[in-house]
Write a protein that binds this ligand. Sequence first.
Ligand code: ADP
Ligand code: MG
Length: 339
Amino acid sequence: MSEVIRLLPDHIANQIAAGEVIQRPSSVVKELVENAIDAGATFVELVVKDAGKTLLQVIDNGGGMSEIDLRMSIERHATSKIQHADDLFALTTKGFRGEALASIAAISHLTIKSKQEESDLASELYVEGSKVIHQEECVGATGTCISVKNLFFNVPARRNFLKSDQVEFKHIVEEFTRIALSHGDVGFKLVHNDSIIHDLPAANMRKRIVDVFGKKFNDKLVPIEENTDIVKISGFVGKPEFAKKTRGEQYFFVNNRFFKHSYFNHAVTAAFDNLIPAKTHPSYFLFLEVDPHSIDVNVHPTKTEIKFEEEKYIYSILRSAVKLGLGKYNIAPTMDFNR
Ligand code: ADP
Ligand code: MG
């Protein structure tokens, strides 16, 4: 008997793909908030119930979607952000795969309400497990409101593997923080179980860091600035005396996208040289700007790893920029290292 090869029905393919992109409630937060930013929002509110297990809602005042685009938005590989293969090598948006909404739609009860400036009415779409239940016109403000309920309702294995509310909410706060830090000019609000966790007005970088991490950061930050043909660096490092035994606030962004990079982390730590005791970690908030053609963000759906063409060069510039910044502030070590 020969095996028969069949194409998987869309809803099953979507559910499989969803597992890649949406691992936990915080993955939904990342995708939805990034979409709001891509839509040009100047204010984004995130409302969470029970660490996202009951509700994740993102409300933005961005450009919104037409009735037709709203219906398209939950199709797999449907994106308004890239058109040509070449676009992949010069990304200016956060999203580009057209997978997030299709994935979320496959594994939740999803409501999307959206209105464009030029339309009189909003359109609301309701989907359960990729199945469109209804779409109708309604009254609404310009922008988009997406509500995700009962995440993983049809993927019990995934749902059962979720951690405690405390742990899941920590992941949500981390995603929220990464995006809030990389978009100081956008206002953000985070509400969990009816309490306001963050209310961040649009601000400059320094104020955003202080608003997110607390007033104590006001006196902790040393500005870093460097400009070459290959890379522009800006941001802050924490003063050496605030270095911690545990990895604290360590944030790299390239072209406003958060990334992790152990090699660049080494560059920053090396710049602190003998200013901090061994096995302690400085805080940093460093923004790199490079030609979008010189990085590859297409490595993994969760997109925190990024490949740089000029890795070695950036390492040395980063290290010297941080050294210079620390030197300018002429910070003498005030700690007793032998303690
Ligand atoms: P991607 O972001 O990779 O394009 P998504 O699945 O996240 O894929 O979104 C699909 C499409 O839906 C986007 O390309 C965009 O056109 C539209 N969209 C999603 N969220 C929003 C939003 N908040 N405001 C306006 N349009 C949106
Ligand atoms: Mg997206």
